[in-house]
Design a protein around this ligand. Structure first.
Ligand SMILES: C[S@@+](CC[C@H](N)C(=O)[O-])C[C@H]1O[C@@H](n2cnc3c(N)ncnc32)[C@H](O)[C@@H]1O
Length: 297
């Protein structure tokens, strides 16, 4: 059951002042504030971040050649009941609603950031997916995308529950990304700025009790809870405009800009866990991820 698409990607440095961010579930812009382990979401959910996440969605769709999913549904074999966990702005759920008008699509999120005008077959609910799931009927398709930092135990909080809430023959599709940037030819130095950033990001995730490297673990977790017919597909996203091929060059340039825009927001919640002040995060952590020039060969 279920093709987990593990999407390889990478990141950058940002220009947006940190005190412009809004966090609905946490307030740690005050330097003295600390997030308690096991509290809700560590990243911003204000309009600029939501726009960034929507653009990230479009880039991932481009790398998947415009496909919304890899599970074997189609116009001839549409899904009937679909759940999108941690739906964000609901962009995937809305596009699924348009594509499959006969399907019932439910999107859930901690945060009420979904639009009011949506296709009639799409509904959103505000809930913490780590709590018990209370749905009246089973689904035939459950989906997650880019939920790193959301769960302390994705296997039991999400994958096991998905297994329990799928009809026989149903599909779970997790489109998740690993935290570090990767390199095919082994030329990435150990002290590359982004790898240093990832080490701190992981350390922050451990303090906050949040998993940040979901992609590489999905297949094992799915096996362990009992899924069968598991497909793992890896997509490479260039971290900047280095590819010669124009389509990938374009995607890489968009990915670089998107990650640079998000970097302050991702850093603030995680690095605050490590006792760094907002000022320290601004001046040191974000100063050199070494991104722009990476792999310009
Ligand atoms: C990076 S966004 C991804 C949104 C969407 N899946 C996408 O690909 O555009 C992560 C979302 O997870 C939500 N989230 C975090 N923890 C959650 C939880 N425990 N339960 C439900 N939603 C959660 C956040 O509010 C945020 O909207």
């Amino acid at each position: 059951m279920a093709p987990p698409a593990s999407i390889n990607m990478s990141v950058h440095s940002a220009d947006r002042p940190l005190d412009n961010y809004q966090f609905t579930f946490e307030s740690y812009l005050d330097d003295s504030a600390q997030i308690e382990p096991d509290q809700a979401y560590l990243f911003p959910n204000d309009n600029p971040e939501n726009d960034r996440v929507d653009e990230q969605y479009e880039i991932i769709k481009m790398i998947m050649d415009g496909r919304l999913h890899l599970a074997p549904f189609s116009d001839d074999r549409p899904p009937r009941r679909v759940l999108d966990i941690a739906t964000g702005t609901g962009i995937w759920a809305i596009e699924m609603g348009d594509k499959y008008p006969e399907a019932e699509i439910i999107g859930t999120d901690l945060s009420p950031i979904q639009p009011g005008f949506v296709p009639p077959n799409v509904r959103f609910f505000i809930e913490d997916s780590r709590d018990d799931w209370d749905y009246p009927a089973k689904f035939d398709f459950i989906h997650t995308r880019v939920t790193l930092g959301c769960w302390s135990d994705m296997k039991n909080e999400i994958i096991q529950r998905s297994f329990d809430h799928l009809q026989p023959g149903g599909w779970l599709e997790c489109q998740e990304i690993p935290a570090p940037v990767m390199c095919d030819d082994g030329t990435l130095p150990e002290d590359f700025g982004w790898l240093r950033w990832v080490r701190d990001f992981r350390a922050g995730g451990q303090v906050a009790n949040r998993q940040v490297d979901l992609g590489p673990q999905l297949t094992g977790w799915m096996h362990e809870v009992g899924f069968v017919d598991i497909h793992e597909m890896t997509f490479k996203i260039p971290i900047n405009g280095w590819p010669k091929e124009m389509r990938l060059k374009h995607i890489g340039m968009m990915w670089q800009r998107n990650l640079l825009e998000g970097l302050s927001g991702f850093s603030l919640g995680m690095f605050n866990q490590l006792g760094k002040t907002v000022e320290e995060i601004e001046t040191s952590v974000l100063s050199d991820t070494g991104f722009r020039g990476a792999h310009h060969r």
